[in-house]
Design a protein around this ligand. Sequence first.
Ligand code: CMC
Length: 432
Amino acid sequence: MDPTAKLSIDDQTYELPLLTGTEGTRAIDIGKLQRTTGCITLDEGYPNTGSTKSAITFLDGEKGILRYRGYPVEVIAERCDFTETAYLLIFGDLPTAEQLEEFRTSIRVHTLLHEGMKRIFAGFPPDAQPMAILSSVVSALAIYCKDSLDSRSEEMRELSMYRMLAKMPTIAAFGYKQSIGQPFIYPENHLTYCQNFLHMMFAVPSERYQMDPDFVDALNLLLILQADHSQNCSTSAVRMVGSSNVNLFSAIASGICALWGEWHGGANEACINMLEMIQADGRNLKKYVDLAKDKTKEFRLMGFGHRVYKNYDPRATIIKKFAHKLLKKHGQRDPLFDLAQELEEVALTDPYFIERKLYPNVDFYSGIIYRLMNIPKNMFTVLFALGRLPGWIAHWREMHQSPTKAIHRPMDLYVGHTLREFVPLIERTAKG
Ligand code: CMC
């Protein structure tokens, strides 16, 4: 007999299917709940809700485990580059050498933007926020790539996916060049994905650009670590928006917007801002830890805490170690790195953080590496978006291939007025 969960409402008992995932996660299937019981569930922020079945990324927040398609993130980070990781996430298995080369070529041929798109960038003011530029221009791809908009067509889905992967670094770099008044640097397709991005960001037509191979490695690592994280806010946004059958570009633009917020991908920039503030305020760590604990204040330790991880975020462990290595190799010290480590120590011995199981997350140390690479602070979240793109695409593709695909349309528990009588404008009085 298939396992069930029993639910009693009033004097009736209902049996609900109990499902078990491949890693032992148990889920009560409430797919027929409203039809059979008349009730809906209420789960604000969805901490208890599985929105879909997925075979892409496994997370165990208590043990601090993260696996892409079954492979530990630590192994992928050490053995793969970013495009190989993207292939794994999107197609489900590690590629053969030929498959990987074919994948890279399919991306490479789409790196240019329509020349008309340069006028979009020109219209933005110099202080425009890079995440707003990125989401706007990605959204505009739906205007320029009209022959790959039908998400019900497997062929168009594939074409839009390659275009998205190819054009996003170009858009990100052009946005940056526009903001600093430098000419756009076109992609050079003999370069790797990460090399090409650094080239478009930092080369200028008047000088030869010497690329630091350590920075290419650093970028590969950070993008890999950010590549997927199951049903996080931005991925859920991509799936939600994509579920209406809108094109990939529009769905990804919504993911970029969701990522921008400082409780999500915006935390990497917010974390460096916070460290700079603490540094400028005499390195008074206790003051800021106390502030983060004060429930009357909005302030939180940026780069700390996670909805799923109740242990050290495995990505933060890798990034911290790499930051040490990179700084040492470059013979540099970053006072903000020292400060971040001291802050971590103070927080992790404080009962408030211990009781709530709040640890450094992926955003706590990533900015330290980006600073060393001369990536400006307001581009940190743009880089997170570049990293998360394969994950967004993998989830969008998985959703479209699912036989149980449905438009995402949650309910609410209505707590507003019951039926009211309409009052004509002339008879209305303001409520005191
Ligand atoms: N500083 C101080 N207190 C915190 C923090 C923090 N960074 N994070 C959580 N708490 C407290 C929170 O106030 C609450 O306390 P109480 O139980 O007394 O009300 C408790 O810990 C549980 O927090 P929550 O808000 O219910 O947890 P959540 O799962 O809804 O939020 C989070 C997760 C990531 C939004 C939150 O931890 C946070 O705001 N962190 C800072 C922003 C950040 O670093 N975001 C990046 C997340 S990882 C990468 C990504 O997803 O993009």
